[in-house]
Write a protein that binds this ligand. Structure first.
Ligand SMILES: [Zn+2]
Length: 386
């Protein structure tokens, strides 16, 4: 017989330090319930303010800065001179390809395996590899990843945490092992998604800073304390920080004017990138994060905790980039944001070894009661974007 799942009493507002009163940005459609986002006195989110600020940046000067760093580190023999964490997706493909062909670098690309590959995701990785890139594919042992996915769903309300650890930490480990000093990730997520002004002009981040900001109480150590062994988690363990002291994680989006749209066209042209024929559940896009069958559950849990999900993030970004009006974004959010990811629900239950009933019991424990009300046995969001 299966053991009953023990659920904690959860205070979401406290865990994520969320404001009591819900407010939506007056420029885009994000709400102040997104963790770590700042809103100013005029009701505009810091991500929108950052995009305004970006227009004043001289990317010509920033490119000169980049060239200096690359000139100092460019390999003079066949060895690799930089690591690009890459899924074969459009953004990392753009970074790796431009570093190689425009700036004459010799990148080693490092992929952290999705929890469950989609067909299109794997095809894009192969296409990217074919375009002329060496790839190291990291895959933590499957039994551990599955257990961690299940435990993270229960303990953190985020099934996707095992992937997030690997995506952030494994390429840093590979860089350290190979003696490579430069790692280039895409955008500076802290700045692009509403972090404090102090993050806006950051060109790089250290691993300890990264862990502190993004993982807060849930760094890998948390799981070691919960009984996972170091052997099981060694691909994502960063406790030997000394090893990483020479590795710098740069944001390519600091040096180059970052746009998801143009990255898509770039990757389609140069690295065999293909979008999905159908839109991703919970949003309207066909080309963002399409390689994992289970990541839609990360976004669906965010809907429970914060009342906003993937469509809100995608639509907000398009408003900031000037591709959409706020009115269009609002109607997209109303249409897609609350959609349940049914396409891969069976895969999710099988992967985590949860029953449907267990899944919804866990889900309800992560529902922010400030944002949700149950009437006639159906949960409804109490907040409405206008
Ligand atoms: Zn905004």
């Amino acid at each position: 017989m299966k053991k009953a799942i023990k659920l904690k009493k959860i205070n979401i507002d406290k865990i994520y330090k969320l404001p009591k009163k819900v407010a939506f940005c007056k420029t885009c459609v994000i709400s102040n319930q997104r963790p770590k986002i700042d809103f100013d006195e005029k009701g505009i989110c810091a991500a929108c303010r950052y995009f305004e600020y970006k227009k004043t940046i001289s990317f010509k000067k920033r490119e000169e800065e980049l060239k200096k760093i690359l000139d100092k580190n460019r390999s003079k023999n066949s060895s690799y001179d930089c690591v690009v964490p890459s899924s074969g997706g459009k953004d990392s493909a753009y970074v790796a390809h431009e570093l190689k062909t425009k700036y004459g670098m010799n990148p080693l690309t490092v992929t952290w395996s999705p929890l469950v590959y989609t067909e299109i995701g794997f095809k894009n990785l192969i296409g990217f590899n074919k375009a002329g890139f060496d790839v190291i594919l990291g895959m933590m042992r499957g039994d551990t990843t599955r257990r961690l996915c299940r435990d993270a769903t229960i303990e953190m309300g985020d099934p996707f945490q095992p992937f997030i650890y690997g995506q952030a930490l494994f390429p840093m480990k590979i860089a350290a092992e190979y003696g490579i000093k430069l790692v280039f990730v895409g955008e500076n997520a802290q700045a692009e998604y509403g972090g404090p002004k102090s993050s806006w002009n950051k060109s790089h981040i250290s691993i300890s800073e990264y862990e502190k900001f993004w993982f807060s109480n849930y760094a890998v150590k948390y799981w070691l304390n919960k009984g996972y062994s170091l052997q099981e988690l060694q691909m994502i363990d960063t406790s030997n920080l000394k090893k990483f002291s020479n590795v710098k994680k740069y944001f390519y989006g600091y040096f180059r004017n970052w746009s998801n749209h143009s990255n898509y066209y770039y990757a389609k042209k140069y690295t065999n990138f293909q979008p999905n024929p159908e839109r991703t559940e919970g949003t309207f896009t066909k080309y963002s994060s399409i390689d994992d069958k289970l990541d839609t559950f990360h976004h669906w849990f965010s809907l429970l905790k914060f009342g906003i999900s993937r469509c809100t993030a995608n639509a907000s970004r398009e408003v900031r980039e000037g591709f959409r009006t706020r009115k269009e974004a609002v109607s997209l959010v109303k249409r897609y944001d609350s959609e349940f990811p049914k396409k891969y629900f069976k895969d999710f239950l099988e992967y985590t070894n949860l029953t449907k009933e267990e899944f919804f019991t866990i889900a309800d424990s992560w529902r922010n009661k400030k944002l949700w009300k149950k009437t006639n046995n159906k949960w409804k969001l109490t907040t409405k974007i206008i």
